[in-house]
Design a protein around this ligand. Sequence first.
Ligand code: AQP
Length: 326
Amino acid sequence: MARVFSGIQPSGELHLGNLLGALVNWVNHQKSHDAVYCIVDLHALTLPKRPEELRENSLKLAQLLIAVGLDPDKSILFMQSHVPEHSQLAWLMECTVSFGELNRMTAFKDKSGRNEFISGGLFTYPALQAADILLYDTDLVPVGDDQRQHIEITRDIAERFNSRFGNTFVVPKHVIPPAGARIMDLQHPDRKMSKSETSPAGTISVLEDHDSITKKIKRAVTDSDGEIRFDSNLKPGVSNLLSILAAATSSTPEEVATGYSRYGDLKIDTAEAVIELLRPIQVKFRELESDPAETNRLLKLGSSKAREISSVTLERAMTKIGLLNA
Ligand code: AQP
């Protein structure tokens, strides 16, 4: 069976973009693939965090992922920091990637421009991400469109390592969903909905209450030409609503657009579709929230399964690069 691997940062509230761009795909893949999913808490350290906030976000994210449909019996779900092989392989990856390649990463340019403290980790983040993916002999990485460049650099690192030291890593491919791959902020449709950017009116949390979802979607920025068609460049706000409705109803934005002539109707139906999509997730989350010990148990089990795979890959890479066996 082909293996899928993907990760998500515990950097804030899980939002609709994460769900439609990545998690729906994660859930689907666990039916037909050998699936490994990781809460990348070490990546979350690239921007300053309060320790208590990080701990709370990490546990909550694990519960949300299970509520969304990840089944720890069908896939491996674990915390990155519980599997030391990630940090160990990251150093080998840092020594395989070039400064120039890291310097071209648009996510770094974006974030370093917006934050006062720019950590070294923010710059070398793609090396840790490459380690995450390559440790599991990953074939496919289901992600949103914003991760395209990071998967490309992972492929480049794997190919360079393989050509220098002999075949060591599987070279992975990304899987990006046809609808929902880039959900934009409802108030700033020129930028993606994000966990770490604070845009309360533009972001819909997976746990958002239903009235608030309706209000936010009704107030979403559109345009003044009154025409409903999918065109992300000329009509980013309307196109974002079409993408959300399409992804929430397993359709395409173009198909969805044919059913509407008024922005108000599109907004009402989009809000309803989102509420219906989130309702069962919210119910399940409330159940899981009351039993943190059970979530911790599942995460421990996940990390021991993850180590069975990652320790073998790490040892292979260390031997190939010329490090003496311990
Ligand atoms: N707006 C989005 N639309 C579609 N997919 C998205 N993803 C993120 N935002 C969108 C996908 O969600 C997965 C987890 O990514 P993440 O942990 O990086 O989430 P984030 O919301 O992007 O979080 P941050 O903290 O704001 O991180 P940055 O800014 O570093 O991405 C990924 O598969 C991602 O593609």
